[in-house]
Design a protein around this ligand. Structure first.
Ligand SMILES: *Cc1c(COP(=O)(O)O)cnc(C)c1O
Length: 367
């Protein structure tokens, strides 16, 4: 059986170091807001090239806290609009609506699956305050046109970097391409904790100070609350695990690129559309997503051959019950992507014979 993702195998590579890290935290008697977090924040800011990184409880909170902080700073208010790609994981949209901001869905580019910069300006109104761009599947989504539109209309550019740790654009890392970025370290992400974890990165000192308080009940000083904050702290034990795993993230990216390049070079079934790669350094292959009109049949064929695949994602946010108010909207490119995508197994611990097997079975597929 070729698993879609073998987390046990991924983390067992670092078993000794992870156990030492856990022991260190257990023995310290200090479990929140301590040295492990401080070290991780320094390490992760340095990895992204930003001045600041703040650990938070998860990736959704990272994004929520960015918008909440902009509201506290008086830069946004209830009812303001945020442009967001129509095809994304629901967390991107929740971060907006949870702050009583309005998501304005914009279609992606049909080849990269990322927000189409050509279509942003038409969606901008007097209420638009930000663009939340998602580096979907691990591919950078920022380009000069996006930056120019944001500058022209005075919009904050916020990155959803949940899937793109280490992706580069013009030599700069994901997380350092806009005004602020949210990152997720959910176990299955390229940089994964052994539980929930997330971070905000930015070069904005005011924003950092505000989020520092907001993640901890709105308080800088114990029992003095200046905002109605959240409890969204990154546990010491998770920070300790992340300090171990961050050391190996570049190996992980390199290994994923090997698998992706093998798939790109060898999958040649005319029923399958391969993902478009804008640049090698811009894609870290959180997911390797193909498209086919025969998804049901292909997925069934692969299961029969012992190959597990997943769909990211089967239902777009505007068609979810949670967003009934948008259910009647039509986004044909987004809907087609959701109807056709299929994610193949990819990870740093994939064996060569597994890659060969996946390609062979995809090329053998004949619906
Ligand atoms: C995983 C993910 C999130 C949310 O991260 P959590 O840590 O699970 O809260 C947000 N956006 C995207 C695109 C994601 O893939």
């Amino acid at each position: 059986m070729i698993k879609f993702l073998d987390l046990q195998k991924i983390n067992s590579q670092y078993e000794q170091e992870l156990k030492e890290a856990a022991n260190r935290v257990i023995d310290s008697g200090w479990y929140l807001m301590g040295k492990e977090l401080e070290t991780f924040e320094e390490n992760y800011a340095s990895f992204c090239g930003t001045k600041y990184a703040l650990g938070v409880a998860n990736g959704l909170d990272a994004l929520r806290l960015i918008f909440k902080a902009y509201i506290e700073l008086g830069l946004m208010k209830k009812g303001d609009e945020v442009v967001v790609p129509a095809n994304t994981y629901i967390a991107s949209v929740l971060a907006i609506s949870d702050n009583d901001l309005i998501p304005v869905f914009v279609e992606p580019n049909s080849q990269t699956y990322n927000l189409d910069s050509n279509k942003i300006e038409a969606a901008v109104t007097s209420k638009t305050k930000a663009v939340l761009t998602v580096h979907l599947y691990g591919q950078n989504s920022v380009d000069q046109q996006m930056i120019d539109v944001c500058a022209k209309h005075n919009l904050k550019l916020v990155e959803d970097g949940a899937q793109s740790h280490g992706a580069l654009w013009n030599g700069k890392a994901s997380g350092n391409l806009g005004d602020a970025a949210g990152h997720s370290f959910y176990p299955g992400k390229n940089l994964g904790a052994l539980g929930d974890a997330g971070a905000v990165t930015t070069n904005d000192k005011e924003l950092t100070k505000t989020i520092e308080a907001l993640r901890n009940y709105g308080s800088h000083k114990k029992y003095e609350n200046i905002y109605q904050g959240l409890n969204s702290r990154l546990d010491e034990i998770q920070a300790a695990f992340l300090n171990v795993k961050l050391k190996y993230i570049q190996n992980d990216i390199n290994a994923r690129r090997l698998v992706a390049n093998y798939y790109l070079a060898n999958i040649n079934n005319p029923e399958i559309a391969l993902p478009q790669v804008l640049s090698e350094e811009g894609h870290v292959w959180h997911l390797f997503v193909i498209r086919t009109k025969k998804r049901v049949e292909l997925q069934k064929h692969l299961v029969e051959k012992g190959i597990q695949t997943l769909i990211h994602y089967p239902i777009p946010p505007h068609r979810q019950k949670a967003y009934r108010e948008y259910n009647s909207f039509n986004f044909p490119i987004t809907e087609q992507i959701h109807a056709e995508v299929l994610s193949l197994p990819i990870s740093a611990v994939m064996e060569e014979d597994e890659m060969v097997n996946v390609v062979r079975e995809i090329n053998n597929f004949n619906a």
